[in-house]
Design a binder for this molecule. Sequence first.
Ligand SMILES: [Zn+2]
Length: 151
Amino acid sequence: MKFILNKELGKLARWLRILGFDVVYYKSENLGTLIIEALREDRIIVTRSKIKFGNLEKNTVIVNSQDIKEQLKELIKNLNLTIDKEKMFTRCVLCNRILERVDKMSIKEKIPEYVFVTQDDFMICPECNKVYWQGSHWGNIKRTIAELGVY
Ligand SMILES: [Zn+2]
């Protein structure tokens, strides 16, 4: 399932990417283009505004909460989403690209020394070159996801 989120849902976009979903974060005000992109790429539109999307309503989910955890819950419930643990942490939160495994020697300059010493598995985004690892940050995310009770 692929999504397109409009601009007031940036945080939710990042979270959905962490969970492994293909998410376009749409920052423009032009809803016409948003709809075209959604149709062309077969994406579910997620929005906070109660805008009529014509006959697209069945492809649109409105989240009501302001709270990120509640937004995730709403979406999961609404679409009966299943979270695939294998897909979690496989996508860049910034640009939606699938991460690639990278040898730690080749990214030594990009990471703090304690991380280099304590971690062995690294992923890199081929688009923005952001480096990811299973550090405490991902640990916190896992806890939050566990709290949602979605798997
Ligand atoms: Zn990236």
